[in-house]
Design a protein around this ligand. Structure first.
Ligand code: 2AL
Length: 248
């Protein structure tokens, strides 16, 4: 099967890292296309970035549909444009925040999200509410590490993340850690070994979940609100996003 793993920001260094981790998690026979939009913010760490990034995500989905992708992973912890992506795609689309939070709820009664800038904590809190995960989410801890500092190995960033995980485990009664940025995906194994608890990277988790759905023949429902968007004229900068009726 062919899965498209979308890094919704435009950092190609981060896309490389995400692709590596996605391939590490994927089963044999799964082809991973790791891509980022060619428009949008370099990193997503505010409501504004999140909103602007969505059109780039939808543009990638449009190309993915033309390339015969069987499913998609949205590899940004805000899951930007998730519901819209499901309307536009045939196959399953899973965001890394929803994948990681659900997985954490299978292995612990409570988890903490350790993320980047403190200002993004509320985004993760809103998602936990929206996904019905708020009763499992004991805390969302910011580290004040900018997303782009996670493009490459940074020992200081790792130490900061490790310290935040330790505080979450000792002060918030959490039994598992959810990594709150796709740029942290390469740290999961090392953190899990050091902390001795489940540390969940949403990139690998979402890849495995999409693979499972595709393998079982389960696609996105086209009944109701995830049906194809209604064709109509779009104007101005959005003109190219107007939908036409699907032919197949
Ligand atoms: C993210 C992420 O995963 N990618 C990005 O650009 N911003 N998440 C975050 N909490 O900062």
């Amino acid at each position: 099967m062919r899965l498209c793993v979308i890094n919704p920001n435009t950092s190609s260094a981060m896309t490389l890292k995400i692709g590596e981790q996605a391939r590490r998690a994927a089963g044999p026979g799964t082809e991973i296309l790791a891509v980022n939009p060619d428009m949008g913010p370099a990193s997503i760490e505010s409501h504004y970035d999140d909103a602007v990034a969505v059109l780039g995500v939808l543009d990638v989905i449009r190309r993915g549909e033309a390339q015969g992708c069987d499913g998609y992973v949205l590899a940004c912890f805000g899951d930007p444009g998730l519901a819209a992506a499901r309307e536009a795609a045939r196959g399953p689309v899973i965001g890394i925040a929803e994948a990681a939070m659900h997985a954490a709820s299978f292995v612990a009664t409570g988890f903490s999200v350790v993320t980047t800038l403190t200002r993004t904590c509320v985004i993760a809190e809103h998602l936990a509410e929206a996904y019905g995960m708020a009763r499992f989410c004991r805390s969302v801890r910011g580290t004040d590490i900018p997303v782009l500092d996670l493009e490459h190995d940074d020992p200081a960033a790792y130490a900061e993340i490790l310290a935040a995980c330790r505080r979450a485990l000792s002060e918030d009664r959490s039994g598992a850690i959810v990594l709150g940025c796709a740029g942290m995906s390469d740290l999961a194994l090392r953190l899990r070994t050091e902390l001795g608890v489940p540390v969940i990277d949403g990139v690998g988790m979402a890849v495995r979940l999409v693979e499972s759905l595709v393998a079982l023949g389960i696609a996105t429902s086209k009944q109701g609100d995830y049906a194809d968007p209604i064709p109509k004229p779009y104007t101005g900068l959005t003109a190219g996003f107007a939908r036409t009726a699907r032919t197949a």
